[in-house]
Design a protein around this ligand. Structure first.
Ligand code: OX2
Length: 838
């Protein structure tokens, strides 16, 4: 628990106080909450109490915007975006809300007048880690941009009681700890039990005819759960908009079964509660790998059904007729996790509201848009038919009906092409039978998009080829982006001040304005300031590394960073092999001139992904050997920072010199970390993959370190019977590297530890590390040389930031609004509680 702190004795009053200054008001409100919300006085207050008191102070200040926004949207009946996502990786709210409200400096001042440090309080917030990685973080950036662009929008998802696990390292291995983010309460949410909805699960269906001969289907579930919405306000940047993130918690309809209890069965009496609450208990920690678990399907259905029912409720209160559903709501499916929504909306419209199939289908298709985030086959969701039927018997019937009508259309279009019919069917029938969620999403949506240019092209040529041939106009690209509020203004305050001093503050809302920095790249004074900021950020990160990893790193060395989920396709192990290569060079040639480098890794491995965990072990093992070897320690350091998260990312991106974006070409759909690094002035070493291609195009090929096979070349090499052994035979350094690992040099002589990894590489190398090794090493040579010319490196660093404007999620969202959602901004006038009449 935290050490109590003492608030200075003149608590209520500060120095130079004007009676009504913002800092004074903040201070008063803060103390008010410390007393009346936390029920504490300074001598007993913990840092958490102080954090919570400040959080409540800030919450009060955004409630007015939230209410005004809701009022305005209701009054206008505004067309609204509903962003459906199983993950929202929000990161801590307090700092971001202070930035968006324009209260950051006042808060710092008022806290310091109380003898408190704002940064300490910010770090007290347990971040809501309700996502695995890029996909969930994208959803978070998107709702930030929607609010900043004043677009009426709701983010719908699941309020997981336990978010992504906390990663610790024990003997160099990843060990998972439960994420108890709600432990001290969550000041940012408001429960809205009055808008709870009921969700059915399991059971069977019945058919009956009414008096007029009309057939009705009744779904008789074997259980129901209650979905309770928890709302979090999402502020726009310095405007009056506060949209809503609505996350559903699962509860039992009855906490307690009295009949069972009275029979003396206590366990049985509370059992339903336990089973129901399991639905929103924990986030599945798999990134781009599906597990096919019944609970996961139930989770997906649960939040989607709650959300669609919520939309119907909103329509009713605003007197919007049912047939205008698609005019009231634009619903976006963030990957296939919410794709069951297609069948659920059909069920709601036809079974529950007696709409005719054709009309319902027309509305459904006009409602949904589908974003695909990956080409990896193991990430494409398909549910075994038996499992699906057990959880969602009615939806399976609806999917059969959709499929029958759809396949009729296919047969008509492609006469005689039964192979195509089999390929496109919503049901996979070769071997075990599955429901294909991506196909359901494609058929049920009017727009389908990938998340970077290459990815969207590959979708059309590969995974969704048949669908593209049938409906080319549905397909488009929306290159990802990230919010500059969190990823520059909040994460990198020093750089923010320097940039705003040079070109004003407009760039925070209009990131293309960063272009105005270009001439400053030639100004030696500006460059010196830029360099000094990078150095200060690196010093800060060094402190963190010393504390967390017990390793001293030199801020004047080049910080070479790879942070993201651990996955073979992302090739953290390619970097590991290269580090061993450098180590080998230094050991065999102690006088070798080499740019001193600190390699920093971070990222979580899915708990069941053994190879990814072994890659972490390889990196920590290399660190153990390299960091204590006096012959190399001035040139090489290797650290694995545990528990990469939004919070940690905010310290890491601003301190990076080099951004490693080294996935096998064609595998990384977009990447978004690549954008955060570039914005903060890191140069990229990367492959022609995902958004790297567009980043390179923007920043200029001369300011980007390119290496490796292209996606097309990878396909060719593999198509021609790729033999990694040939590359090994042809590369002396790579042979040395593999031999060191094989002989246990990094595992205290244990030749077995890394055998699965080495064998996989030598015999299969599914992600072509060996094919790219030399090209990667060569690119690193160019990096080393470039870094030694610090003036020129700084110039390139400035240009990387200056030309990163395209990668603001504001640009991405503006494109979604224009091309897919057809929604307009709504300006919100501020309402005071005196304006409200009951
Ligand atoms: C990720 C992709 O791997 C990444 O390339 C992309 O930038 C991100 O989504 C946001 O679009 N799960 N995570 C992803 O895809 C899936 C599936």
């Amino acid at each position: 628990m935290n050490q109590p702190q003492v608030v200075s004795p003149n608590s209520g009053r500060g120095p130079d106080d004007e009676p009504d200054s913002p800092t004074r008001r903040l201070r008063h409100a803060f103390l008010h909450h410390l007393f009346y919300t936390q029920g504490k006085f300074p001598a007993l207050a913990t840092k958490t109490d102080y954090y919570l008191a400040l959080a409540h102070t800030v919450r009060d200040r955004l409630l007015q915007r939230w209410i005004s926004t809701a009022n305005e949207y209701t009054k206008n009946g505004s067309r609204t975006v509903a962003y459906l996502s199983a993950e929202f990786l929000m990161g801590p709210h307090l700092g971001n809300n202070l930035i968006n409200l324009g209260l950051f400096d006042d808060a710092r001042k008022s806290m310091s007048e109380l003898g408190l440090n704002l940064d300490d309080l910010l770090y007290e917030e347990e971040e809501p880690g309700l996502g695995n990685g890029g996909l969930g973080r994208l959803a978070a950036c998107f709702i930030d941009s929607l609010a900043t662009l004043e677009i009426p929008a709701v983010g719908y998802g699941i309020r997981y009681e336990f978010g992504i696990f906390h990663q610790t390292l024990v003997d160099g291995w990843q060990v998972e700890k439960t994420d108890k983010w709600l432990r001290y309460g969550n000041p940012w949410e408001l429960a809205r039990p009055e808008w709870s909805v009921t969700v059915k699960l399991g059971g069977h269906t019945e058919r009956m005819q009414d008096n007029s001969g009309q057939l009705h289907v009744r779904w008789v579930p074997n259980r129901t759960v209650l979905g309770v919405p928890y709302d979090t306000p999402i502020l726009g940047y310095r405007n009056n908009t506060a949209n809503t993130l609505r996350l559903w918690k699962a509860e039992a309809p009855e906490a307690f079964d009295f009949a069972v209890f009275n029979r003396g069965d206590y366990q049985g009496a509370v059992n339903q509660k336990v089973v129901s609450e399991n639905l929103s208990k924990v986030l599945y920690p798999n990134d781009e790998h599906v597990e096919g678990k019944e609970l996961r399907l139930a989770q997906q259905y649960f939040f989607v059904s709650c959300s669609l029912q919520d939309m119907l409720r909103i329509m009713k209160t605003q007197h919007v007729p049912l047939h205008e559903f698609h005019e009231k709501f634009a619903v976006q499916l963030n990957d296939t996790h919410p794709a069951i929504g297609v069948a659920e909306l059909m069920r709601l419209l036809t079974d529950e509201h007696q709409m005719h199939w054709n009309q319902a289908w027309d509305i459904t298709r006009k409602t949904f848009g589908y974003t695909n985030h990956t080409l990896l086959p193991e990430a494409l969701e398909r549910w075994p038919l038996e499992l699906f039927k057990r959880v969602l018997p009615r939806h399976l019937e609806i999917i059969y009906e959709i499929n029958a009508r759809f396949l009729d259309e296919v047969r008509q279009r492609y006469f005689g092409d039964e192979a195509r019919v089999t390929r496109m069917s919503l049901i996979e029938e070769t071997g075990e039978r599955y429901v294909r969620m991506a196909h359901l999403a494609c058929v049920g949506s009017h727009a389908i998009n990938g998340v970077a240019e290459l990815h969207s092209e590959l979708l059309k040529q590969d995974v969704l080829k048949d669908f593209h041939e049938m409906w080319p106009a549905k397909f488009g690209n929306k290159t990802n982006g990230v919010t500059p509020r969190r990823w520059i203004a909040l994460a990198n305050p020093r750089l923010t001040r320097l940039i705003s001093g040079a070109i004003g503050e407009g760039w925070i809302k209009r990131l293309e304005e960063l272009r105005q920095l270009e001439p400053f790249a030639l100004d030696p004074n500006f460059r010196a300031g830029w360099r000094e900021i990078k150095r200060a950020n690196k010093r800060d990160l060094s402190d963190v590394i010393r504390k967390r990893c017990g390793v001293a790193v030199d801020p004047s060395s080049m910080f070479d960073v790879q942070v993201k989920r651990i996955h073979e396709y992302k090739r953290q192990h390619l970097s590991a092999l290269h580090i061993i290569g450098l180590y080998h060079r230094l050991k065999t040639n102690p006088n070798l001139e080499m740019t001193p480098r600190t390699f920093i890794f971070g990222g979580k491995a899915a708990p069941g992904y053994w190879m990814a965990k072994l890659i972490i072990r390889l990196i920590t093992s290399i660190g153990e050997v390299v960091n204590r070897d006096p012959a190399v320690r001035d040139k090489l350091r290797v650290v694995f920072l545990p528990n990469f998260s939004v919070t940690n990312g905010q310290r890491i991106y601003p301190a990076a010199d080099l951004s490693e974006q080294i996935s096998t070409a064609g595998k990384e759909a977009s990447g978004t970390g690549n954008m955060k690094f570039a914005m903060n002035g890191a140069l990229t070493i990367g492959t022609m993959d995902g958004a790297n291609i567009e980043i390179r195009e923007q920043v200029g090929a001369e300011n980007f370190f390119l290496f490796g096979l292209t996606a097309h070349e990878v396909a060719t090499v593999r198509g021609n019977g790729y033999r990694p052994q040939d590359y090994l035979d042809g590369n002396a350094e790579l042979r040395e590297v593999i031999s060191l690992i094989r002989h246990g040099y990094f595992s205290r002589g244990d030749g077995e530890l890394f055998r699965p990894l080495v064998d996989s590489l030598v015999n299969h190398d599914p992600y072509c590390l060996f094919a790219d090794y030399q090209s990667y090493a060569d690119a690193h040579e160019r990096v080393g040389t470039a870094y030694r010319d610090s003036e020129d490196w700084t110039r390139m660093s400035i240009l990387n930031s200056a030309r990163s404007g395209l990668f603001s999620s504001d640009r991405t969202i503006a494109e979604y609004c224009r091309d897919i959602w057809n929604v307009q901004p709504v300006q919100v006038p501020i309402l005071s509680h005196e304006d409200v009449r009951v």
